[in-house]
Design a protein around this ligand. Structure first.
Ligand code: FES
Length: 152
């Protein structure tokens, strides 16, 4: 026999429970949502165009990103990324590219995931690990650039 007491519509669910059920989106601030819905510097570079490349992933969640950097006179003059990731990964990767573009290689190497999170005005505590992917990719792409036998 069907238990009709458990059949409730949204209108009968207390608002606090509804808020929780509607979940993660409400925990992101407007800047994070902006970078997720309109990520900056998305794209690819071909081998001839790029001076450094990285493919990184988070083994715990399976998210991945590719990053390309172009360097002129010791500065990151262009940067592109593609991400197969969660909203936190996309927003933090987008902000990382904004922070890295125009910086010297030495300045870009000093960027941290905290810089990215602070520039976004914060992200939920349980999503902070997502900000590591963009920074890891940046550091790996710089390493790739530094290992290339080209005149710098
Ligand atoms: Fe995988 Fe965010 S959950 S990077």
């Amino acid at each position: 026999m069907e238990n009709r007491e458990n059949n409730t519509s949204d209108a009968e669910i207390p608002s606090a429970e509804l808020e929780e059920a509607n979940g993660p989106v409400i925990f992101y601030n407007e800047t994070v949502i902006d970078h997720f819905t309109n990520p900056r510097n998305v794209g690819e570079m071909d081998e001839n165009e790029s001076d450094g490349f990285a493919l990184v992933g988070d083994p715990d969640c399976g998210d991945q990103m590719k990053l390309w950097v172009k360097v002129m006179e010791g500065k990151i003059c262009d940067i592109k990324f593609k991400s197969f990731g969660c909203p936190g990964a996309i927003a933090t990767s987008s902000m990382m590219t904004v922070l890295a573009k125009g910086k010297t290689i030495e300045e870009a190497k000093q960027l941290t995931d905290d810089d990215v999170v602070n520039a976004l005005g914060g992200i939920p505590e349980h999503k902070k690990h997502c900000s590591l992917m963009g920074i890891s990719a940046l550091h790996a792409a710089i390493k790739d650039y530094n290992q290339k036998p080209i005149s710098k």
